[in-house]
Ligand binder design. Structure first.
Ligand SMILES: [Ca+2]
Ligand SMILES: [Ca+2]
Length: 202
């Protein structure tokens, strides 16, 4: 028996939108599945602030905080004991992952500005014995693009300017573009130096 054509094409279309890792996890429930991914920076004494990343590779989140060192945190649905990290797109070097409960923390070095990077996790093993899981995250790095529209304009400069001398909080941490823990003319200067820089269409 064949599926009605409309149902069949709808199912195929839905499956095509899922990543290979998501499909594997659906077929093999023992696999650990990534629930969320964050770009994490320590902003000096102001503390640690996580930028949630889009899980849709064709609509990646922009990270406006300056490199060259960055940290990506994958949170799974269960405790993870090992995984391997690789860069499959862009200029960056992935360090050896570390594990904290359900989190896999990947330190990146040598991250160039104005580019997309994809971090792929393979051989993800969970503490309950699941093996062979995978995940990936794609994000754009564009210093000073604090409104995250993939181009640095006077609008970004104005947003940073409006936060000068304020405390760094969950509401404004992206404007602390050098992640120093303070919002100063240095952040404005970095944004100004990046005016007109843009990411390509994702
Ligand atoms: Ca912008
Ligand atoms: Ca700063």
């Amino acid at each position: 028996m064949e599926f009605p054509q409309t149902l069949h094409s709808g199912v195929v279309s839905s499956l095509r939108r899922l990543s290979f890792c998501t499909l594997l996890a659906m077929l093999l429930p023992a696999f650990a599945t990534a629930q969320s991914v964050m770009s994490r920076r320590v902003h000096g004494v102001a503390g640690t602030f996580d930028l949630p990343l889009s899980l849709t590779a064709t609509n990646p989140t922009t990270e406006p905080r300056t490199g060259p060192n960055q940290t990506i945190v994958f949170t799974f649905d269960k405790a993870i004991s090992s995984a391997a990290a690789n860069i499959s797109e862009g200029t960056a070097t992935a360090g050896t992952p570390t594990f904290s409960g359900n989190d896999v923390v990947v330190g990146l070095t040598g991250v160039s500005n104005q580019q997309y990077v994809t971090i792929a996790l393979a051989n993800v093993a969970s503490s309950d014995g699941g093996t062979g899981g995978c995940s990936s995250a794609r994000l754009g790095f564009l210093a000073g693009d604090v409104n995250q529209n993939r181009v640095v304009t006077l609008a970004d400069l104005g947003l940073v300017n409006a936060q000068l001398a304020q405390f760094v909080t969950v509401a404004n941490f992206l404007k602390d573009v050098n992640a120093s823990g303070t919002l100063t003319l240095t952040d404005k200067g970095i944004t100004n130096a990046n005016l007109t820089r843009a990411l390509p269409a994702p």
